[in-house]
Each structure stands twice: as C-alpha cells, then as structure tokens.
Design a protein around this ligand. Structure first.
Ligand SMILES: Cc1cc2nc3c(=O)[nH]c(=O)nc-3n(C[C@H](O)[C@H](O)[C@H](O)COP(=O)(O)O)c2cc1C
Length: 185
C-alpha cells in the first residue's frame, strides 16, 4: 500500500473522524415536564448488563431533567427525521415544548417515566447505572432496561454527525462474519 501523506491536524477537530455511532434523540421527563435533545457523543460500554455512556453538556436543559430523574430514553431517528433532529439540537426546552414544535408523539415507556418518541425506529429505556463522572466530565453511564425496535427494515438508514453541519448517511452493508472471533461478533 502506498504510504498516506499526512499533515498536522488541530486536536480540537478530531471529532470529525471519531464521532461515533448514529445521532440519537434523548428524551427525558421530570416533574411533569418533558424534553428532547440531539446527541452524537455516545458509546456502548457493555453487553450484559447493556451499558451505554454519553456526554450531556451541563448547559443543556436536558442535563437537569436527566440528572434529577436518573432516567432517559435513547431514541434512534432515521434519515427522514433529519431536519427535526437538527432543529431539536438547536433550540432549548426552556423555551419550547419540542414534542409539539416538531410534531413528535410521546409514548409512555414500560420501565421509565421519560417518554418514547414514536416516530423513531427504536427506543431504549435507560436507568442511570453510574453517575460518578457526571460532575467532573458530564459523563452519564446508563443501563438499557427495555428496548423497542421496529421489525422492518432490518438496517435502518441512520445519520452520523461529522461536525461543521455535515452528516454521513448510513449506506452500504457488507458481511465478514467468518473472519471474526466469536467474542468479537
Ligand atoms: C448533531 C448534533 C449533535 C449533538 N450532540 C450533542 C451531544 O452529544 N451532547 C450534548 O450535550 N449536546 C449535543 N448537541 C447539542 C444539544 O442537542 C443542544 O444543545 C440542544 O439544544 C439541547 O437542548 P435542551 O437545552 O432542550 O436540552 C448536539 C446537537 C446537534 C445538532
């Protein structure tokens, strides 16, 4: 392989390459108030229990609702919801009711008080598993306690943020199962 030519790159911008999985919508509820925020900074942290870590900026209104309730729902939107996803991430729940402003339907969860967003492909009900890094790093570690997933299509068209207002849309799928160790599948 021809060596790649590389240049020095500002560390503040590495997110462009490392931003992880799909953009999600985080719904929350506390004392009768509900809210939604857009989120790109998250990662899986375990299979069983099913752990999910995420960064929630302390200036977001959602931060307060989520920290106090110790619950949330991680909703997986698809490409058709992209403009709503952007809108939700660019306004504050202090000023607007985002369910009504963006025409989304709140559905009661089975295990948490935070509402599910019906229009999303999947909804993962979460309870706080470890809050020890909230104050220092705004890092919340969740246990997914209930998952609701659409039966079709099998691989939804998700959106992945690249910074600077650009998104990657999930596309081609390939399968390489036979090259994997069982524990890495
Ligand atoms: C594409 C996108 C990704 C975002 N990712 C995150 C994130 O990972 N963590 C975070 O705290 N805020 C993130 N935000 C910002 C919040 O969604 C935004 O501040 C939102 O207005 C918060 O709403 P709230 O104040 O009603 O909670 C993102 C916004 C966009 C548009």
């Amino acid at each position: 392989m021809k060596p790649l030519r590389k240049k020095n790159f500002p560390v503040d911008d590495v997110r462009r390459f490392l931003e992880p999985g799909p953009i999600v919508l985080v719904s929350s509820a506390w004392k009768g108030q509900t809210n939604i925020m857009t989120m790109g900074w998250h990662m899986m942290m375990g299979f069983s229990p099913s752990l999910f870590g995420c960064y929630i900026w302390d200036q977001n209104h959602s931060f307060d609702l989520i920290r106090k309730s110790r619950q949330c729902v991680i909703n997986l939107p698809t490409f058709d919801l992209l403009n709503k996803v952007i809108g939700i991430g660019n306004c504050s729940g202090v000023e607007v009711d985002k369910f009504s402003k963006f025409g989304l339907t709140a559905v009661a969860g089975k295990k948490v008080d935070a509402p599910l967003i019906e229009e999303c492909y999947a909804n993962f009900e979460c309870r706080l598993y470890d809050g020890s890094r909230i104050n220092k790093l705004s890092l919340f570690v969740w246990e997914v306690v209930k998952a609701h997933v659409a039966t079709s299509p099998k691989y939804p068209t998700t959106v992945h943020y690249r910074g600077e207002g650009r998104f990657m849309i999930s596309g081609k799928e390939i399968e390489r199962r036979s090259r994997f160790r069982a524990q890495n599948l």
